[in-house]
Design a binder for this molecule. Structure first.
Ligand code: UDX
Length: 436
């Protein structure tokens, strides 16, 4: 099989499939990325993946190339894993990369093959690509297209790939289903993973519906946090009480700074944009509010830091702990942490950022911010420490030790991640959104 696009999704898929025993060719237009992967280096932070890359390369079953002719020659099944970012100046998804990769591959398909889309796309894209592939490929209608949405979370990419909650196969002909069942047999046989065989539009929708639901759950509890702030209630206790209702459940019900990353924010926007195009915009109009609640968290976190600092941020030294959009990732796409750091700086604060893994990416994209080499260094002489990404090393900091280096023992816990009792016992003023 080939895997077209070797970002988070594609690299993980290619590596895991090779480890599971398939012959895999990873394809990317970026020669630097291909060279790093071929040399055994994962170009992003993902726990457990470097070890598996080594294993896959040593097995001789995994190679990488930039050559689509080689890919067409090599593969019986081709997985499309290129990105679908938010289009500039619009809420819609940018399908440039999907169309370009599909065209480049199709030109080189000279025998019966299956192309499997894994990228998150607006509903209707698979039908468009089927037509594109069959029109472009020398093998014509002998090439078929299926959709197999990917649900992996960064930080858990290997586990989510090897042991997914479910597999969704969007297929029209039976042959495509058989091929996909063969591709995922090692996963299904090992774990008894449920397989849902559906049509193409359902497969496309499963992904955006799942991400919209997750975003809604997070914004729901953050909306409750706003009400708590006004009423003196405690959103962490509220969330805990809701979580005991098994119909609601506690996952993705963690209040705080809200969601970011390369998926949730852009997926809800693209879904709304696509629904409007289709004339069913009203059905998902609430996603606009979900996005707005989420954005307000960032502004409210800045307000809270201002309040703690005495009402004015000018000249206030702030230690910003975290840059990645979530812990165990170096991904800073739409990262709430960096948004807050920038807003603080714009309000006149002297901000120093530290993140365990995302420093290179953060420095590159936000050169205007100051950076420190450790959490303690960032906090030296700080007037306020603000926790923005709940890395374990921040959660486990000893407030006594930290108290020795700061100017004032004041902490804003943007992720409800610190043990408030312990911090208060160590003389800290501890504040968090939605908690009295
Ligand atoms: C998400 C989906 O979970 C995954 O299934 C999909 O394939 C891709 O998008 P990912 O972007 O890796 O995965 O991150 P996820 O773990 O879902 O977290 C998203 C954001 O929500 C993070 O910024 C996180 O901090 C935030 N979050 C999550 C909360 O604020 N509260 C929660 O309770 C859970």
């Amino acid at each position: 099989m080939t895997v077209i696009g070797t970002g988070y999704l594609g690299a993980t898929h290619a590596i895991c499939m090779a480890v599971l025993g398939f012959e895999v060719l990873g394809v990317d237009v970026d020669p630097a990325k291909v060279a790093r992967l071929a040399a055994g280096e994962v170009p992003f932070f993902e726990p457990g993946l470097p070890e598996l890359l080594r294993k896959a390369l040593d097995s001789g079953r995994l190679r990488f190339t930039t050559d689509f002719a080689e890919a067409g020659e090599f593969g019986d099944v081709h997985f499309l894993c290129v990105g679908t970012p938010q289009a500039p100046g619009s809420d819609a998804a940018d399908l440039t990369y999907v169309r370009a990769a599909t065209t480049a591959l199709a030109r080189n398909l000279r025998r019966r093959a299956l192309v499997v889309g894994k990228s998150t796309v607006p509903v209707g894209t698979a039908a468009e690509l089927t037509e594109l592939v069959q029109r472009t490929a020398p093998a014509g209608t002998a090439v078929e297209l299926a959709w197999n949405p990917e649900f992996l979370r960064e930080g858990f990419a290997v586990d989510d790939t090897m042991n997914p909650d479910r597999l969704v196969f969007g297929v029209s002909p039976e042959w495509a289903e058989q091929r996909l069942r063969a591709c995922f047999a090692p996963v299904v046989d090992d774990h008894g993973t449920p397989v849902l065989v559906v049509d193409l539009p359902t497969a496309e929708l499963v992904k955006v519906a799942a991400n919209s639901f997750l975003a809604t759950k997070i914004s729901y509890i953050n909306a409750m946090a706003e009400v708590c702030e006004r009423t003196g209630a405690d959103v962490t206790k509220l969330a805990e009480a809701l979580a005991h209702d098994s119909r609601i459940g506690g996952r993705f019900l963690k209040p705080g700074l809200g969601f970011g990353g390369g998926c949730l924010p852009k997926d809800i926007r693209a879904f709304k944009a696509r629904a409007e195009e289709l004339g069913v915009g009203q059905a998902v109009a609430f996603l606009h509010e979900i996005d707005a609640i989420n954005k307000r968290r960032r502004a409210r976190t800045v307000d809270l830091v201002r309040e703690v600092a005495g009402g004015d941020l000018r000249g206030v030294r702030v230690a910003a702990w975290g840059a990645a959009f979530k812990p165990d990732s170096d991904d800073i796409r739409d990262a709430p942490a960096l948004d807050v750091a920038v807003l603080l700086q714009e309000a006149g604060a002297l901000v120093t950022v530290y993140d365990p893994e995302a420093m290179v990416n953060a420095r590159r994209s936000y050169p205007q911010l100051a950076y420190a080499d450790s959490a303690l260094e960032a906090a030296r002489d700080a007037d306020v420490v603000v926790l923005l990404t709940e890395w374990r090393q921040f959660r486990e900091v000893d407030p006594e030790v930290l108290g020795e280096v700061v100017a004032h023992r004041r902490v804003v816990d943007g992720r409800h991640a610190l043990d408030r009792t312990a911090w208060r016992a160590a003389g800290w003023e501890h504040r968090a959104l939605g908690r009295p």
